[in-house]
Design a protein around this ligand. Structure first.
Ligand SMILES: NC(=O)c1ccc[n+]([C@@H]2O[C@H](COP(=O)([O-])OP(=O)(O)OC[C@H]3O[C@@H](n4cnc5c(N)ncnc54)[C@H](OP(=O)(O)O)[C@@H]3O)[C@@H](O)[C@H]2O)c1
Length: 309
């Protein structure tokens, strides 16, 4: 496992993060086993959110910490807030009051006194940087959150927040995989009159590289918006052929190569993996040891139908 230095204290955290979005229906024992297996593979970073399973994912993890006191000390714990769900209506809320209340509720469910990192889950169209800054100051002063970051935000939104925030933005969590590459396409096709040149994200990867903000990829093995994994999918024959060939050459698995493709990007990269299966963790963890050449990286990029000018 390879590690990066993360946040104010430059904590050594694993490049692979265990994502807890799909764990809300699992038993406490199964989640405990998954977290322990992650640690065995060197994965010491957990990512959850208050809205996963409407709080259930955090509650199950809280039970795991209650029953295995040593585990909380061993992991770097990140949660997210800002997506509100009220019966069947969902909206985004990054008001001071909601951020503070949401973190207090997360801490209570997680049965811990602090989060190592808090991300603002999605941009709230009505967000006001000064209010967010006040919430962060309160949570930091009370020792409830040590580091602050964002998720699904573009550089302009981060710039706007930075005018008021008392702390550096430590991470931006964004969707990226071999089969979901809009952030990379726009950079490769600058100023061309084709669809791939459309800049949808405002240059997140370059911005994060410039400011040493960790990029945390989500749905790293999926295509579309939660349409499924591309691994073994009939929709991606060429991608699977290239991943399998490189995996065979490097004596590893296609999943590990697909994750290595993300980590090859020269910013401070992390990838959040959402598997619920212990057997898959060890193979995914191999990804940080794989060195893809530029040629291999481009072969994978082009195998999903991307083109070069
Ligand atoms: N910030 C955001 O807006 C946002 C959005 C979505 C997710 N996230 C975070 O990102 C994490 C990961 O997202 P994700 O779950 O969509 O990512 P993922 O790792 O791409 O997907 C995991 C899913 O793929 C399945 N899968 C099938 N074959 C697999 C293989 N060979 N290796 C590994 N998994 C395989 C897994 O099934 P098995 O369980 O059977 O292995 C699981 O259902 C989430 O847990 C969450 O923490 C953040």
């Amino acid at each position: 496992m390879k590690f990066i230095s993360f946040g104010k204290e430059k904590t050594q955290v694993s490049q692979i993060i265990l994502g807890m979005m799909r764990t809300s229906e699992m038993t406490t024992k199964n989640v405990a086993d998954l977290v322990k297996a992650s640690l065995d593979c060197g994965i010491n970073f957990l990512d959850t959110a208050d809205c996963y399973g409407l709080g259930k994912a955090e509650s199950v993890l809280g039970e795991v910490f209650a029953q295995n006191a040593e585990l909380r000390q061993k992991v770097f714990l990140q949660s997210k807030c800002g997506i509100r769900v009220d019966s069947d209506f969902t909206w985004y809320d990054l008001s001071k009051e909601h951020i503070v209340n949401a973190v207090n509720a997360s801490l209570s469910r997680l049965k811990t006194d602090h989060l190592d990192s808090l991300l603002l889950h999605r941009p709230d169209a009505l967000m006001e940087p000064a209010e967010i800054a006040q919430a962060f100051e309160i949570l930091h002063r009370e020792g409830k959150v040590l580091n602050f970051g964002v998720s699904n935000m573009n550089p302009f939104q981060m710039e706007m927040l930075r005018t008021e925030l008392p702390f550096e933005i430590v991470a931006d969590q964004v969707q990226l995989s071999c089969a979901f590459t809009p952030m990379i396409q726009a950079g490769v096709n600058v100023n061309l009159a084709n669809d791939a040149a459309v800049m949808r994200d405002g240059g997140i990867l370059n911005y994060c590289q410039l400011h040493q903000i960790a990029v945390q990829s989500w749905s790293s093995l999926q295509f579309g918006f939660f349409e499924g994994t591309f691994l073994g999918s009939e929709k991606f024959p060429q991608l699977n052929a290239v991943l399998n060939r490189i995996a065979e050459e490097k004596k590893t698995t296609a999943a590990a190569v697909a994750i290595a493709w993300i980590l090859r990007y020269p910013a401070k990269m992390q990838t959040v993996v959402g598997t619920t299966k212990i057997k898959r963790l060890a193979e995914i963890a191999q990804a940080t040891e794989i060195n893809l050449s530029k040629k291999e990286w481009y072969e994978i990029y082009l195998s999903v139908g991307n083109t070069l000018p």
